[in-house]
Design a protein around this ligand. Sequence first.
Ligand SMILES: [Zn+2]
Length: 283
Amino acid sequence: MTLSRLALVAACALIGALVSRPSLAQALPIFDAHLHYNDEAREPFPVPSVLALFREHGVRTILATSRPNDGTRALAAAAHAAPAAAPRVVPFIRPYRNHADRATWFRDPAIYALIESELERDIGWRGIGEFHVFGAADAGTPQVKRIVDLAVSRGLWLHAHCDEAALEALYRHDPRVQIVWAHSGFTVAPARLREWLERHPTLVGELSYRYDVTSDGRMTDAWRELFVRHPGRFLLGSDTWINDRWSRYGEIVAIYRSWLAQLPRDVAEAIAHGNGERLFPRR
Ligand SMILES: [Zn+2]
């Protein structure tokens, strides 16, 4: 092969790599591990319209929660009725009846009763959350301990929006508890996150609102290093906690795809859907 021909082949290979990487990311199925279908979303975004959103944006599986839990039941029923037109639903019990419960659930006995009654009306619940708790005192209540014990004994996951002190307290209740850390702690730096992941093998980081993964569209070195070191420990999420997030659902997924395209293929596949499917297998 002549030098110029060699250069041409190399150039083509480079162009091929640049062109195909984003399109591979476009094609990746998505496991949405942080989804709320709350009561205020149901009228502007009825079930058929959210199912259409999932299909349009390649969302294969959703970890669904809602306040109250009827929204999750509606999604699970729709998926059961028409599996080809809906994502697989991994339902989590939300320990909130209303907004106010967010501030008191961890010491309100009515919430423990709510969790028990939801478990009795079992729709295949896989976890409890997303719940919010901050500081060691609130996460250290006897009721949170009971919920952790219940989760461990039933093989349920927790989906916790919490700070590091609360995370520490959850693991102090029982180091075996399986936790999806909502927003990966929101502001916890990648190096610190790595310490948490290495200390607790049952912890996975969910990545909604982590706009710090990229800077001017490029993945930062710190995040890339962490994803490549621990590809099995991250999940994506839309976090449709307000209706505006439903309006921007496609944009949220597109942002994920833009940085997944910057990762090695196997790492991108794991984070996009492989980890979720492995941790929450069909049953
Ligand atoms: Zn949330």
